[in-house]
Design a protein around this ligand. Structure first.
Ligand code: ATP
Ligand code: MG
Length: 328
């Protein structure tokens, strides 16, 4: 998947995208509070690239994916897809957009109805969006899709429980590409799989990307997987971008203390890959009362007074390598 696209052709452009959730208030005495899951994210995705999104649990990865595809509305900000602001799309235009943008879920078992055959699962999007196709045509397509993801046509009549985790993930991928999308959000698609099966599914996604000219937003908390699949990587912390850089550059020369601490964690025990270790203190602050300044300041080994007071902007330090830190 490390196909480097040097052209600046932008497929999706996110400006100041924010997603807040209102919590509480429902119980006697509880005050309503606002949780900011995604906090003013500005970045773009280039046509043909894989943009990796990495960060600890709860940092807003899945929320970002849902908001970019408008499976949820952002609280504020804009998302342009092929130059059009989709935040303003009405129901009819959104429906058309659904064909171009797909979400491949993290837990294939829970996103499949166990009573549906594999055929019906794969054809679900076609049944919704391609009512023009005949039953025979759809049947053929279901078989073609299964073959494209490395399964066989005769598996169509079977049920999800008859499949392994890796096979189920392939079925979900077949469903995800059924409408021939342009942009696919892959959310933890290999996280539940054994390492050997992970590699097969990653290779499948790389192969499909080439064959179908896809663009991926690839979400994972696994730094090794992200390095392997991504052209560029965005590091999130408490819903904000800490660092955004070409994958090799991020892994070889991380600038943000948070990125450095994450990478320190993976190089543990591997003497060939010794990195300066940054020891993380403390817990991630609650997104309900995020720090006023840099979100990472409470755990940062080099934070100064200013970091607790003022939020650092995301600034490009060298070509394509942006970081949000006052001190590096
Ligand atoms: N529907 C919701 N209502 C309220 N809070 C939510 C909702 N969805 C997500 N959140 C909160 O938003 C924050 C970001 O969650 P999100 O699921 O996007 O994180 P994530 O990075 O995908 O985590 P993980 O790695 O565990 O999947 C979390 O604090 C989460 O509790
Ligand atoms: Mg998630």
């Amino acid at each position: 998947m490390n196909h480097r696209s040097s052209t600046g052709d932008i497929l999706l452009d996110a400006r100041e995208v924010t997603k807040e959730y209102r919590l509480g208030g429902a119980f006697f005495g509880a005050r309503a509070a606002t949780l900011t899951a995604v906090n003013r994210l500005t970045f773009s995705v280039r046509r043909g690239e894989t943009l990796g999104v990495v960060g600890e649990s709860g940092c807003g990865k899945s929320t970002l994916g849902r908001v970019l595809l408008r499976l949820e509305d952002p609280t504020s900000g804009s998302v342009a897809f092929e130059g059009e602001d989709i935040v303003r799309y009405d129901h009819r235009k959104l429906r058309a957009l659904r064909k171009d943008m797909q979400f491949i879920f993290q837990d294939p078992y829970s996103s499949m109805n166990p009573k549906m055959t594999i055929r019906d699962i794969v054809l679900e999007p076609l049944d919704n969006y391609r009512k023009d196709l005949s039953v025979a045509r759809k049947e053929r397509l279901a078989g073609d899709l299964l073959e494209m993801v490395g399964l066989t046509r005769d598996m169509m009549r079977r049920y999800p429980h008859e499949f392994s985790g890796g096979q189920r993930q392939r079925v979900v991928i077949a469903r995800g590409i059924a409408l021939n999308p342009k942009f696919v959000v892959c959310d933890e698609v290999v996280s539940a799989l054994d390492v050997s099966v992970q590699a097969q599914v990653i290779n499948l996604l790389a192969d499909l990307k080439q064959r179908l000219s896809l663009t991926y937003l690839f979400i994972s908390h696994d730094l090794r997987v992200i390095r392997h699949v991504s052209d560029r990587v965005m590091v999130l912390y408490l819903g904000q971008i800490m660092e955004l850089a070409p994958a090799d550059e991020l892994y070889e020369g991380p600038l943000h203390p948070y990125t450095r601490s994450l990478l320190g964690a993976i190089s543990k025990g591997d003497p060939r890959n010794r990195q300066e270790r940054v020891i993380l203190r403390g817990e991630i602050p609650s997104p309900l009362n995020a720090p006023r300044g840099c979100p990472f300041a409470t755990r940062c080994p080099i934070a100064e007074a200013r970091c607790h007071e003022e939020k650092p902007p995301l600034v490009e330090r060298s070509d394509g390598h942006a970081v949000s830190c006052w001190l590096v």
